[in-house]
Design a protein around this ligand. Sequence first.
Ligand code: 9UX
Length: 74
Amino acid sequence: VTTIREYLVDGMTCGGCASSVSRAIGRVDGVRDVQVSLVPRGTSTVTVHSTGPVPAEAVRSAVAEAGYKLAGNN
Ligand code: 9UX
């Protein structure tokens, strides 16, 4: 079973950002695929495909370590 969850990410504005965030989330346990929808002047989203639920805190930490931030309303 694949769990799919979307998160809003602040400060992710170009392909370089997207790639950093995507790699960071990709290292979280259970994550199989990460899709980024880049909105250069707005709030971008990442869609995380995983084998079962991944703790939101693990995603939050990964995004923070990459230098970005999950939006407040996740
Ligand atoms: Mo692009 Mo993102 O040059 O911090 S990598 S804006």
